[in-house]
Design a protein around this ligand. Structure first.
Ligand SMILES: [Zn+2]
Length: 657
């Protein structure tokens, strides 16, 4: 191979960047397969040019550092990592190498490699004693209390040796991962990137109660150390672990290279049946004494390899393109394709990401595209391989679910439905409406909203105010008392006022802060709705984009319907900001000249809202004279009396703070 030092440095930097995204930001940028392949290329470069090796190269320190938050645990038997191979040829070469090195009869065990977080768990006298993460393989973190919350981890073993340390993998099942993400989406929290990172993040929570909520699982694949027991083979040790009551990874006994690659292929084909992700398959020499003799290199044991499944790609024809609307209102295009078998699953559709992606690729219905699936990642369209259509697919101008207009995010490629009553977004919209910064309705969290929705009691936020205690009490797990409380809390929330109501609408760019600013500038919702875009942009902190979002939102039929329902239910549309904010208490203002940003009555309304008074004539008691263009004699009088004179800009600052 012809390597260059420039190429080497670029690869080191790319890998460092990827590992920061992976370990510290919980957000991998490339597939594991891709990462591993780059890492292997780096190793090959360093083997050819040891003089290039940088101290910060990812090969010089094993990923995953020991955190200071957990007590360190020295692993009595190191938790080694295995050498990766990427083809059946390499697996065959490994087996042939073993066959050459070991003369006595021998066989192999093939297992799926679980994509989770590696741990060592110790039992003493058959009782769970301690558990630690892998860390750097030599020293890990003590996560005993968090491991204790895992239900599939036995706390006592049957007929266990006096002391045993077993190695396993903590994972988050697909089902749990989906449940948690569905909840986070409704609550507006960032989604967990993948089950593996979710498991790692959960196991390293400081509070075991938080870890418990993540419903992790564990499965074991190795005896690290056993005092008071002896196992001839790896296979026998796995069977013994299972007999003790430990969940143990599936294991297949193999003799020949073909047995091994057949077992690997079978694991790959069946991977959809596992509750966890797998990131490969492992082939290990079975006999433990033979392993001992072979030992390890500086980095890996000589007696095992880990096969990595490549992402599979196949062509298929696009028969349709569907637009799905997510709970946050984002429109996502999905290509419906002729069924193909990929990475152990039948794939009938693949994501097209967004409008820009479609446009760049020039894809439309009828084209043949290349589809890729890597592990558990959603299948994606990679490229058009045969163009049989005209042009590219265009997003509709309105939401396919509710018909409301769609808008493109001001800062990205996402296209969103703006419907206040969009069924696709209803859960999230209602949860947001009731949240702390919005209408602050006690007892109306995501779980209750979901239950009310399942019972068919509410479809839009405003319908909350039409609930009655009797129907709510009939809902799953609600009961009479909590139903009555909820109705009382809803009643109370009607008086929250304009600021919170505006926030509750969930208009883009109008969060709690912007909503408060708006409520300070208008006495009521009706006054705000009557104001045009121009008037809105005159308010500090309200840009033209926000002003447009506001006027568009108020103009929509669905929003108008919501407002009508809220008004009829008796929800207050008045600004409450004057009660909270009495910054002008005791202050007397006199206005003179022509104002540009306010009409005279608007300025007076603002003064009164903040607890001040507007007067017609200047006296010693006057606090400020607000002077516009062409001021009259009042200005001269103010100056004579020493009353402070302020400009319109000064006034705007006073009210915006
Ligand atoms: Zn919609």
């Amino acid at each position: 191979m012809n390597y260059t030092i420039e190429g080497y440095n670029a690869l080191v930097e790319r890998l460092l960047e990827l590992s920061v995204a992976y370990y510290d930001n919980d957000a991998p940028l490339v597939s594991d397969f891709e990462y591993d392949r780059m890492n292997n290329e780096l190793k090959a470069m360093e083997a050819a040019h040891p003089e290039w090796i940088r101290p910060d190269s990812p090969t010089q320190h094993v990923g995953g550092h020991v955190s200071e938050a957990f007590a360190p645990v020295d692993h009595e038997v190191p938790l080694e990592s295995l050498q990766d191979v990427f083809s059946f040829e390499e697996v065959t070469a490994f087996v042939e190498r073993m066959d050459g090195a070991v003369e006595a009869p021998h066989d192999y065990v093939t297992e799926p490699k679980i994509d989770g977080l590696s741990v060592a768990v110790e039992y003493r006298g058959g009782r769970f004693f301690r558990g630690a993460t892998r860390g750097n393989g030599e020293v890990g973190e003590d996560v005993t209390e968090n491991l204790r919350t895992i239900r599939s981890l036995p706390k006592t073993l049957k007929n266990a040796p006096e002391r045993i340390i077993v190695r396993g993998e903590v994972y988050m099942s697909h089902e749990t991962f989906q449940t948690i993400n569905a909840r986070r989406e409704v609550e507006g929290q960032p989604l967990l990137a993948n089950p593996r990172n979710a498991a790692a993040g959960s196991l390293r929570q400081q509070d075991p109660a938080v870890c418990a909520q993540r419903m992790l699982d564990v499965i074991f694949f190795n005896v690290q150390l056993a005092e008071g027991a002896r196992y001839e083979s790896h296979y026998a040790s796995l069977e013994a672990m299972a007999a003790m009551g430990l969940p143990v990874v599936a294991h297949t006994l193999c003799k020949t290279p073909k047995d091994c690659t057949d077992a690997i292929a079978a694991i790959g084909e069946g991977r959809e049946n596992y509750p966890f992700d797998i990131d490969g398959a492992v082939v290990k020499l079975n006999d433990l004494a033979q392993r001992q003799t072979l030992g390890s290199t500086a980095k890996y044991p000589r007696w095992a390899v880990a096969y990595k499944y490549p992402p599979e790609k196949k062509p298929s024809r696009v028969v349709d393109i569907l637009i799905q609307v997510g709970r946050t209102g984002v429109l996502t295009p999905k290509a419906v394709i002729e069924p193909i078998r990929l990475a152990g699953t039948t794939v009938t559709n693949a994501t097209l990401h967004n409008q820009d992606f479609i446009e760049n690729m020039g894809v439309n219905v009828g084209d043949t595209v290349l589809v890729q699936k890597a592990g558990e990642i959603i299948p994606e369209v990679l490229e058009v391989v045969k163009k049989d259509s005209e042009g590219f697919f265009r997003f509709p101008a309105s939401c396919p679910v509710c018909g409301a207009p769609v808008v493109r995010d001001e800062d990205g490629a996402a296209i969103r439905c703006t419907g206040a009553e969009c069924p696709a977004q209803r859960l999230r919209n209602i949860v947001h409406f009731a949240s702390k910064d919005a209408m602050d309705i006690d007892g109306l969290g995501p779980a209750v909203v979901a239950a009310l929705d399942r019972a068919g009691l509410i479809k839009t936020p405003a319908e909350l105010y039409y609930l009655d205690a009797q129907s709510v009490a009939a809902v799953d797990r609600m009961g009479k008392k909590s139903a009555e409380n909820l109705i009382a809390n809803l009643e109370e929330s009607k008086g929250r006022g304009l600021g919170r109501l505006l926030c509750a609408f969930g208009i883009r760019q109008v969060g709690a802060k912007a909503a408060r600013v708006l409520a300070r500038n208008f006495a009521s919702l009706d006054e705000l709705m009557a104001a045009g875009e121009e008037r809105l942009t005159q308010i500090d902190d309200v840009g033209p984009i926000t002003a447009k979002y506001l006027t568009d939102w108020f103009a929509s039929e669905q929003s108008q319907h919501q407002i009508r329902l809220l008004r009829e239910a008796g929800v207050s549309f008045d600004s409450r900001e004057e009660i909270a904010d009495t910054r002008f208490a005791g202050k007397i203002f006199v206005l003179t000249g022509t104002l540009e940003r306010f009409t005279r009555s608007e300025a007076e309304a603002v003064i009164e809202r903040f607890g001040g008074k507007a007067s017609g004539s200047v006296s010693k008691k006057t606090s400020y004279v607000l002077a516009g263009a062409n001021p009259g004699s009042k200005l001269a009088k103010a100056e004579a009396l020493g009353v402070p004179v302020i400009s319109e800009e000064d006034f705007a600052k006073l009210i915006e703070e």
